[in-house]
Each structure stands twice: as structure tokens, then as C-alpha cells.
Design a protein around this ligand. Structure first.
Ligand code: ZN
Length: 189
């Protein structure tokens, strides 16, 4: 089942999401539906708050990029993060161009550490504590921000934020054209 994705300005995107346990109802189906929703929207990551569920659940799926051949390989690398926790940041900070399914049409370079030591449960409730790098670490940080009520535009300089203000207002009032279903919060702030 495809979920509608909530847009910038919706209050759920600003909430700190709650941890879940094994008894969370319908979890397997929810995870499957989140992958389906993410791929249908051409995303590489989706956090549960983006489908209006304030819980600490993230799905990630991307094709590995080979810098030597400048091509995307297969198969798709997938990670389900339940109750993820960043234990340590690793490596240098780097800029990477990010976008977000909740903030269509805006892509900006965001500075984040290259790697992480991350603890999480996967969809089988196996506990992981690993050093992660590259694309996985980048997407994980973006999605974990969603669990904390943050979005990537919060991390931009105030000049960039000011420049984007009108376009963010457009997203808030639903003036966006996307090929996936969005739920916009129509109430005035
Ligand atoms: Zn996002």
C-alpha cells in the first residue's frame, strides 16, 4: 500500500518520534509499505514521520555508486532502521546535495560528517552496532533528523534559508507538482 507523504509545514515533521517495540501492530506490513512508498516516489530514504507516523522507524534503499566507473551498480542496498541511535560521528564533514520527499523541488548542499557509529535494530530485531560510511551514513543522518523533528533545510545557512523562504512557503501551501501523493497541512501557522 502506498502512503501519502506529508509536506514541509505539517506538524508531525516537527515532533520527536517515539521508539517502538516488537509488539508494534502490523510492523512487517508497515515496513513493506514504507519501502513501496519510497521507491514509488523515487526516494532513497523514508522516515515514518513522513507518512504521519511519529515513530522511530526508517527505511533506506539505494543503488551503490561506483566513483571509478561513475555508474550505479546493483542490487539495491537496503537498510531498515528501528530505534536508531548515533553513537559517534566519524571522519571529516562533507557537503552533499540533498533533497527530501517532504520538500519537493529543493536540493541543497548539506554539510555532515562522512561516517557514523550507529546502533539500530533491523526488521528481524537483530541489534547492529556498526561503523557506516558513504551513502548509507549520509541517508541515515538525513532520516534520523526526521525522527528528531528536523529537516535538511534547517541545516542550511541563514542566507540560504532566507533565499528559499518563498519556495518553502509554496510547499506549505501545496503549490508543488509531484508524481507521488502528498498530504499538505492547510492550516495557517
Ligand atoms: Zn527527508
Amino acid at each position: 500500500m502506498l502512503y501519502p507523504i506529508i509536506g514541509y509545514g505539517h506538524p508531525t515533521l516537527r515532533k520527536v518520534a517515539q521508539p517502538i517495540d516488537k509488539n508494534y501492530p502490523g510492523l512487517d506490513q508497515l515496513i513493506a509499505d514504507m519501502y513501496e512508498t519510497m521507491y514509488a516516489a523515487d526516494g532513497v530514504g523514508l522516515a515514518a514521520p513522513q507518512i504521519d507516523l511519529s515513530i522511530r522507524l526508517v527505511v533506506i534503499g539505494f543503488r551503490p555508486y561506483d566513483e571509478k566507473t561513475e555508474t550505479y551498480g546493483s542490487p539495491t542496498e537496503e537498510h531498515t532502521l528501528i530505534n536508531p541511535e548515533i553513537l559517534e560521528y566519524l571522519g571529516e564533514k562533507q557537503y552533499f546535495n540533498e533533497g527530501c520527499l517532504s520538500i519537493p523541488d529543493i536540493h541543497e548542499d548539506v554539510l555532515r560528517p562522512e561516517g557514523l557509529r550507529l546502533r539500530w535494530y533491523d526488521e528481524k530485531w537483530q541489534l547492529h552496532e556498526e561503523e557506516i560510511h558513504g551513502m548509507f551514513a549520509r541517508v541515515a543522518q538525513h532520516e534520523i533528523d526526521h525522527l528528531e523533528g528536523k529537516v535538511f533545510t534547517d541545516r542550511l545557512s541563514s542566507i540560504r534559508k532566507t533565499m528559499l523562504k518563498r519556495r518553502l512557503n509554496d510547499v506549505m501551501s501545496g503549490k508543488v507538482r509531484v508524481h507521488y501523493r502528498m498530504k499538505i497541512n492547510k492550516t495557517k501557522k
